[in-house]
Design a protein around this ligand. Structure first.
Ligand code: DI6
Ligand code: FE
Length: 416
C-alpha cells in the first residue's frame, strides 16, 4: 500500500537504493522479493518500500541523504528471540565431560550444568555481567542482529535474578539493539530449595516475579517445563502469576521429554514454545489454535548430540510459524552466531533457506510479540535493516564462518 504524497513526512532522513530487497513480507514472491528496491526512512521508521523505479520523486527531493548501494541485498534486521546471554563463568569443562560420554542430565544431577552457572552468576557483579554479556552480544550484532531477547534464570534468588535483568536492560541502553528482557526464575531448582520445589515456586510467584514486574524489568515470563526442572502444574502457577501481572508467557517445552508443556502454555495465550523435539500432535494442534510460534533451537540440538528432530513437517502442515534462535547459553548452546543457526536450521532441521531467514526475522519478531513493529521491510515498521554483500539470499544460510554483513541500520541510524 502506497500513501498519497501529502501523507509523506516533510523530513525524509535517508533513501537507500541500488540493492535487492528480501522484505520477508507476504507479497507473493519468495523472500518477499523486490528487485532493485528502494527504502525511505523518516525518523525511526520506514516510510516507503518498493521498486526504485516507482520511488516518488517528492521523496527523493525531500531526502537529506541518498545512499546508492550499487549491489547486494537488504533484509530486515535480524531477531534473536531466545537467549540466555547474561551469565557468569563458563562451562568448557562440561563440554569435555560430555565428550567423554557423561550426559547433560547427569551433569545437572551432580550439581553442575545450570547450577554451576548459578554459582558463578551469583558471585559476579552487575558490571561483570554487563561486560561479559556485551562481548557475546557484540558478536550477534556484527551479524546484523537488531533485536534480542535475554532471559534471567541463573540467579534463582531475588537479588541475582534482578541483577541479571538489570544487566540485560543496560545492554540495550548501551548498544544499538532492542533488548527484550524475560524473567526465567523457574529455570532450575536452587540448592537452598533442594527437595522443596513447590516452596521454590511459591517464592518465585510471591516475591521474585512480582518484584521484577514492579520494576519494569521483564516483558515476558518463561518456564523450563521438563522432567529435570519444573512440572506442568508448577509451570501453570508461574503463568497464572505472570498473567495476573500483565506479562506475556512463553515456555521451554518438550526439549528432553514430552510434558505437554506447549499445550499448557497455549492455555495462557503464550507467545511461543521453544525447543520442541518431543512435541506431539496434540501439542501442535494446541499451538496452531492459539497462534503460538514454534521456536527452533538447532544449536542446543547439535551441542547435546540429539537425534530426535522437532516435528517440522507437522508444524508446517498446521501452519505454526517457525522461528529460529541461538539459545545462546553457557551449557547446551554456547553459540554467538545467528547465521550459523540459519545454516543449521537448514542442514539439521531441513528448513528451506527462506523459512530459516523468516525464522530469524519475521517469525522471530512474532515470537516476541513485536510483529507490528519489526521483522519485515514494510512501510510503517521500524527502519531496522541489514545490507549484505551477497548475490542471493540463500547464501546467508549456505556459507559457514563467513560474515557478509556490510551495513546495519537500526531505527533509521547507521550502526554498523
Ligand atoms: N534450556 C536450555 O536450552 C537452557 N536452559 C534451558 O532450560 C540451557 C541452560 C544451561 O544449560 O545453562
Ligand atoms: Fe533456552
Amino acid at each position: 500500500m502506497k500513501t498519497e504524497s501529502a501523507d509523506w513526512p516533510e523530513e525524509i532522513d535517508s533513501v537507500w537504493t541500488g540493492a535487492n530487497l528480501a522484505t520477508m513480507a507476504a507479497n507473493g514472491r519468495p523472500y518477499g522479493l523486490i528487485e532493485d528496491g528502494a527504502l525511505a526512512v523518516s525518523g525511526r521508521n520506514l516510510v516507503w518500500v518498493g521498486p526504485a523505479r516507482e520511488l516518488p520523486p517528492e521523496i527523493l527531493q525531500r531526502a537529506d541523504r541518498v545512499e546508492d548501494l550499487d549491489s547486494g541485498w537488504i533484509t530486515p534486521g535480524l531477531v534473536d528471540c531466545h537467549t540466555h546471554l547474561v551469565y557468569g563463568g563458563n562451562r568448557a569443562k562440561e563440554f569435555e565431560q560430555r565428550l567423554k560420554g557423561v550426559s547433560y542430565t547427569d551433569i545437572l544431577a551432580s550439581g553442575g550444568g545450570i547450577l554451576s552457572t548459578v554459582k558463578a552468576t551469583r558471585r559476579a557483579s552487575e558490571e561483570d555481567l554487563v561486560r561479559t554479556g556485551r562481548q557475546r552480544l557484540k558478536s550477534l550484532l556484527a551479524e546484523g542482529v537488531t533485536t534480542v531477547e535475554i532471559k534471567s534464570g541463573y540467579g534463582l534468588d531475588l537479588e541475582t535474578e534482578l541483577k541479571m535483568l538489570r544487566a540485560a536492560v543496560r545492554l540495550g541502553q548501551s548498544l544499538p539493539v532492542t533488548v527484550c528482557p524475560t524473567f526465567l526464575g523457574a529455570h532450575a531448582l536452587p540448592p537452598e530449595y533442594k527437595d522443596r520445589s513447590d516452596a521454590y515456586i511459591d517464592f518465585v510467584c510471591s516475591q521474585v516475579l512480582p518484584e521484577a514486574a514492579r520494576k519494569g524489568l521483564a516483558r515476558a515470563v518463561d518456564v523450563f517445563c521438563e522432567s529435570i526442572a519444573f512440572s506442568p502444574e508448577q509451570s501453570r502457577r508461574v503463568f497464572q502469576k505472570a498473567i495476573e501481572l500483565g506479562l506475556r508467557v512463553k515456555i521451554h517445552a518438550e526439549q528432553l521429554s514430552n510434558q505437554e508443556g506447549a499445550a499448557l502454555a497455549a492455555e495462557f495465550g503464550a507467545l511461543s514454545a521453544d525447543h520442541l523435539e518431543h512435541l506431539t500432535e496434540q501439542g501442535i494442534e494446541a499451538m496452531a489454535r492459539s497462534g503460538m510460534v514454534a521456536v527452533l533451537l538447532p544449536g542446543a540440538f547439535y551441542c547435546l548430540g540429539e537425534t530426535r528432530l522437532p516435528p517440522i513437517d507437522k508444524l508446517r502442515a498446521h501452519k505454526v510459524p517457525l522461528a529460529v534462535s541461538t539459545d545462546s547459553n553457557p551449557g547446551t548452546s554456547p553459540v554467538q552466531s545467528l547465521l550459523l543457526m540459519l545454516n543449521m536450521a537448514c542442514t539439521l532441521f531441513r528448513l528451506t533457506p527462506e523459512e530459516a531467514l523468516a525464522g530469524i526475522t519475521r517469525e522471530g519478531a512474532r515470537a516476541l510479540g513485536l510483529q507490528e513493529r519489526i521483522g519485515t521491510l514494510e512501510q510503517g515498521k521500524e527502519a531496522d535493516f541489514v545490507l549484505w554483500d551477497i548475490h542471493e539470499p540463500a547464501e546467508l544460510a549456505a556459507s559457514l564462518g563467513h560474515n557478509p554483513c556490510h551495513k546495519v541500520v537500526r531505527r533509521g541510524c547507521l550502526v554498523g
